[in-house]
Design a protein around this ligand. Sequence first.
Ligand SMILES: Cc1ncc(COP(=O)(O)O)c(C=O)c1O
Length: 306
Amino acid sequence: MKKAKKIWFNGKFLDWKKAKIHVLAHSLHYGSAVFEGIRAYSTEKGPAVFRLPEHINRLFYSASVLDMRIPFSKEEVKAAILRMIKINRLKECYIRPIAFFGEKMGLNPKGALVNLVIIAFPWRGLFGEKKIKVKTSKFIRIHPRSTTADAKISGHYINSILATLEVKKAGFDEAILLDFEGKVAEGPGENIFMVKDRKISTPLPGAILPGITRRTIIEVAKSLGYSVSEKKIEPRELKKADELFFAGTGVEICPIAKINKILINQGKVGEITLKIKKSYQEIVRGKEKRYFKWLTFVENDKGNRV
Ligand SMILES: Cc1ncc(COP(=O)(O)O)c(C=O)c1O
């Protein structure tokens, strides 16, 4: 991981090494933090953040699930992210805002201070241009009645970590988690799409984190003329798919070449996956005017000091 110079900590720009928290932070003990994974890409008009308002809305939604009051407005958080990119002189980067409860023992977080940190650093994504091998995990995705599954809460990620450790040990790149009904849910940090007979489908919201990339792909694929449906998908359907790919901020559009022991599309990247992947890369880098609506350009930053 490449470090950047500064980290934004409750409104102050601290040196990377000095951004530390207390060992009694409630969120460290109980997983009661909320966070986002956002990316900025290099465009002709300088760096631009992809779908910034949507990510900030989700951050505040996740916080509301924990009854956590982030002590900054959405506008202030957006401005702080743009300043971070500028101050650290980043061209392309990953941005990780995280809100967490400070010192407090006991499960009830009421009374603990809420902190907000923004980290931004250069990053090229999770799998690069790799076609990956996935394995169905023995762990099911968190039950939507055990928690609020569509919030991005740190504690949820134990589920993802366990699935990842399991499949990495077996020599695979990434896991696929099923839901409590045995239907396909998602990857540990990304959503899944299937292509069969030129039709695209993806699991319904409910047990999954319905990603911003997922929403993007549904819109883009439809505008490219494909039919896209959100539906329950059986694990056996994945094995018979013509194409499979993951979609998420970290992996962008990542082709799946093999699931368990089965090769998908003879291990080659499918035509539709390739088309969507190419389109996504163009959109995030500002090469498609009609999708400028999804970009927040750092150069437009009004210089608000937060
Ligand atoms: C469990 C899970 N599913 C899906 C996604 C994809 O979401 P997004 O496209 O908003 O990055 C993520 C990443 O945040 C995730 O952690």
